[in-house]
Design a protein around this ligand. Structure first.
Ligand code: DX5
Ligand code: ZN
Length: 229
């Protein structure tokens, strides 16, 4: 793979009382994206943050904000997040009645678009929307909570997703990012990247291991070096 690994710390595990400082610290530590987990107590059994919080952190960072929508229905939130400064928006396709339309809607609002596939959701959801995808996110835990254990069956699924994306890129010349979310740690990130991921979310691994000064340079460096073959 030619692209350098992108690391996307999930602020789900950050200190919400100091969110501005936390996102500044991950950018200073070399994060490529801010992963922003939106849960609605309907699609998933948990409730987190919405467009107002996205708007509040936007001025604190210059890196892209990667909004992961765990909500149902999906479409009404897209313009709100785009306006709040999101750069990438991904959603779970089984939570949208019209997946192709939702993907178009995200791009129409100036953001990169992607689908998120749960551990038991087949890759076939990609089949007829490849041209509309900028990113495919494979969940390596069931969505809803940080700090869960990585599901190993994600590795063969990643290899197959990588194969399909590379075939598509070979035909069209257009790249699609392959992101993994859930249970990513320094002891499994090497295998995850070797299986084909180019973008890794890490929540508890990053925010659970601050440097003595409250920064995250140490853990980000460890994740990057552990990802190398
Ligand atoms: C789970 C979220 C993840 C989660 C990752 O529903 O989508 O982004 O916060 O956290 P860790 O890295 O702790 O599994
Ligand atoms: Zn997420």
């Amino acid at each position: 793979m030619t692209t350098a690994l992108r690391l996307a710390p999930s602020i789900l595990s950050a200190d919400f009382a100091r969110l501005g400082e936390e996102v500044r610290a991950i950018e200073a530590a070399g994060a490529d994206l801010v992963h922003f987990d939106v849960m609605d107590n309907h699609y998933v059994p948990n409730l987190t943050i919405g467009p107002l919080v996205c708007e509040a952190i936007r001025p604190h960072v210059s890196i892209p904000i990667d909004v992961h929508l765990m909500v149902e229905p999906v479409d009404a939130l897209i313009p709100l997040f785009a306006k709040a400064g999101a750069n990438l928006i991904t959603f779970h396709p089984e939570a949208s009645r019209h997946v192709d339309r939702t993907l178009q809607l995200i791009r129409d609002h100036g953001c990169k678009a992607g689908i998120v596939l749960n551990p038991a959701t087949p890759l076939d959801w990609m089949d007829h929307v490849m041209d509309r995808l900028d990113i495919v996110l494979l969940m390596s835990v069931n969505p809803g909570f940080g700090g869960q254990r990585f599901i190993d069956a994600t590795l063969p699924k990643l290899r197959e997703a990588r194969r399909r994306i590379d075939a598509y890129t070979g035909e069209t010349g257009r790249a699609i990012w392959l992101e993994v979310d859930g249970g990513v740690k320094s002891d499994n990130i090497g295998a995850i990247v070797a299986a084909g991921a180019d973008t890794c979310v890490a929540g508890s691994a990053v925010f659970g291991a601050p440097d003595p000064d409250g920064g995250y340079r140490g853990v980000m460096k460890t994740l990057r070096s552990s990802a190398r073959p």
